[in-house]
Design a protein around this ligand. Structure first.
Ligand code: TA6
Length: 299
C-alpha cells in the first residue's frame, strides 16, 4: 500500500501521519504530548524516539540507505528468525524479517496520550524459500514517556521450530569514550572477537576498540550511561535471556558504506533478544513475545 493510501487509512490528525522518506518507502511519523518517533513500514523498523525535551535516544547513520531488501543502518532492526550469520553463507545475516515490507495493521491514540502502532508479517513464497515454515510476526510499538516494543512470534507450522532473534537497537551517545553499559557485571559472555571464547564481565562495559559480545542468562535491566549528555538510557527486557553489546569501532565501520565516517563514536548497540545458547523452541501454534521498554533518565 502506498503512503497516500496508508495515510488515508491510518493517519490521526495532529498525532500520526505517513509519508515516503524515499521513493515507495513509507514512514509512520508520530508526535504526541510525550515524544516523537518514526517507524519504517519496511522491516517494521523504529528509526527514532525523542521524548519531549530530550535528544533522540536512537542513532541512525547519515549515510543510511532507505530501500527494499536491506535494513536501515540504525534505529531498531528486527533480527528474525535467526540472529547473526547463517551456517549457509548464501543466507542473509540476521534473518529476513528486517529486509522486507510488513503490513501496517493498526494506529491508535490512547487516553494517556501514548500512541500505539501495530505491524505484522506472515510467511510467503519468498520467506519459505529461505525458511520453510509458516509463521506470524506482530510488532506492537508504544510511544509515550518510554518507547515499548513487543515482538510476538507465532509458529503457524506443524513442526517444532528453534528461533533466535533480536531487537538490534542502535543508541545515540554523546561520545563512546564517555559511555558505559551498566547491568552486566558478573554475567558470562561469548566474545565474537576472540573465537567465541567465554568470559565473565567485570564491572561496566566500556569501549576503546571494536567490541562484539553475547551476554548470556541475563534478564535484568541494563543502562547506557552517557557522561557527555548527562543521561542514562534504561532498558527493561521481556522474554529475553541474552543481550548483545556491539561497537564496530574504526576499521569495521569504515568497511560499511552505510555507516557514516566517525559514526562509531556516537553510537552503541545494546540488543535485546534470544541469541547464542538462548534459543526459543516453539511447538506448533505456540508463541513467544520478545520485548524491550526504553526510557531516558538523568545520569
Ligand atoms: O549485533 C552485532 C552484530 O552481529 C555484529 O557482528 C555486526 O555484524 C552487526 O551485528 C551488524 O550486522 P549487519 O548485518 O546489520 O551489518
Amino acid at each position: 500500500m502506498d503512503s497516500n493510501s496508508l495515510n488515508e487509512k491510518f493517519a490521526i490528525p495532529d498525532f500520526v501521519s505517513i509519508a515516503d522518506v524515499a521513493p515507495n518507502y513509507p514512514i509512520v511519523q508520530i508526535s504526541n504530548s510525550h515524544a516523537s518517533a518514526s517507524i519504517a513500514v519496511h522491516g517494521a523498523q523504529v528509526l527514532s524516539f525523542q521524548p519531549n525535551g530530550e535528544e533522540d535516544l536512537l542513532w541512525v547513520s547519515k549515510t543510511a540507505v532507505y530501500a527494499e531488501g536491506k535494513s536501515v543502518r540504525g534505529g531498531i532492526p528486527i533480527c528474525w528468525p535467526w540472529f547473526g550469520t547463517h551456517p549457509d553463507t548464501a543466507m542473509p545475516s540476521h534473518g529476513f524479517a528486517r529486509n522486507c515490507f510488513w503490513q501496517l495493521t493498526s494506529v491508535k491514540q490512547d487516553h494517556s496520550g501514548s500512541t500505539e502502532v501495530m505491524l505484522c508479517l506472515e510467511d510467503d513464497i519468498a520467506s519459505r524459500s529461505l525458511w520453510p515454515h509458516a509463521f506470524e510476526l506482530q510488532l506492537r510499538v508504544s510511544v509515550g514517556k518510554a518507547l515499548s516494543l513487543e515482538l510476538t512470534m507465532v509458529n503457524r507450522s506443524e513442526e517444532v521450530v528453534d528461533l533466535t532473534a533480536a531487537l538490534h537497537s542502535y543508541f545515540d551517545v554523546g561520545d563512546i569514550a564517555g559511555t558505559a553499559v551498566r547491568g552486566l557485571d558478573g554475567v558470562e559472555y561469548i566474545d565474537a572477537l576472540q573465537s567465541n571464547r567465554r568470559l565473565t564481565q567485570a564491572g561496566d562495559v566500556r569501549f576503546d576498540a571494536e567490541l562484539d559480545r553475547i551476554y548470556q542468562q541475563t534478564a535484568g535491566d541494563e543502562f547506557i550511561d552517557d557522561a557527555l549528555r548527562g543521561r542514562s538510557i534504561r532498558l527493561q527486557k521481556q522474554g529475553s535471556d541474552s543481550t548483545v553489546v556491539w561497537n564496530p569501532w574504526i576499521a569495521k565501520s569504515s568497511r560499511m558504506d552505510d555507516f557514516e565516517d566517525g559514526g562509531y563514536r556516537r553510537m552503541v548497540c545494546v540488543e535485546t533478544g534470544n541469541m547464542g545458547e538462548d534459543v526459543v523452541r516453539l511447538q506448533a501454534d505456540a508463541a513467544h513475545t520478545l520485548g524491550v521498554t526504553i526510557s531516558a533518565e538523568k545520569a
